[in-house]
Design a protein. Structure first.
Length: 123
C-alpha cells in the first residue's frame, strides 16, 4: 500500500507547514495557523523549493487562521514563477485576497480536489 505523503494528522503544536508532497502530478503544500512576518519563513522555504521543480503548486490553505501582507507578498512572488493555486481558503483569507486584489491573478478553489483538477490556464 502506498502512503499518501500528505496524510499526516495535524497536532496543535504542528509547524506552519503541515505537510508537503505530490498529489495527482502537482506539488501540494499544506499550511496552517497564523501566517505573518514572524511565522512565514517555513512556508516561504517550502513554496520556493516547490517552485524549483513543479509547474503547478497547490497551497492547501484550509487550516490557515490568519494571514498578513507578508503572506500576500509570498503568494504573488510564487505566482510569478509557477502556476499557483490556492485551495480551500477560509472566508477571512478569501476576504483578504479579494481586498488586496490578489484574487484577480491567483486562482482560488473551494476544495483541494478542485484545485488539483483546475484548468491549466488558470490565472
Amino acid at each position: 500500500m502506498v502512503r499518501d505523503p500528505l496524510d499526516n494528522p495535524v497536532s496543535a503544536t504542528a509547524p506552519v507547514v503541515a505537510a508537503e508532497g505530490e498529489v495527482g502530478g502537482h506539488w501540494v503544500v499544506r499550511a496552517r495557523g497564523d501566517l505573518d512576518c514572524d511565522s512565514i519563513d517555513p512556508l516561504f522555504i517550502a513554496l520556493w523549493q516547490a517552485v524549483a521543480g513543479h509547474e503547478v503548486v497547490v497551497l492547501d490553505a484550509s487550516a490557515v487562521t490568519f494571514a498578513d501582507s507578508s503572506f500576500l507578498s509570498l503568494l504573488i512572488d510564487v505566482h510569478q514563477r509557477t502556476q499557483l493555486r490556492v485551495a480551500s481558503p477560509r472566508p477571512a483569507l478569501l476576504r483578504l485576497l479579494r481586498t488586496a486584489g490578489v484574487d484577480r491573478v491567483i486562482r482560488t478553489y473551494a476544495t483541494l480536489d478542485e484545485a488539483l483538477a483546475g484548468p491549466p490556464d488558470a490565472p
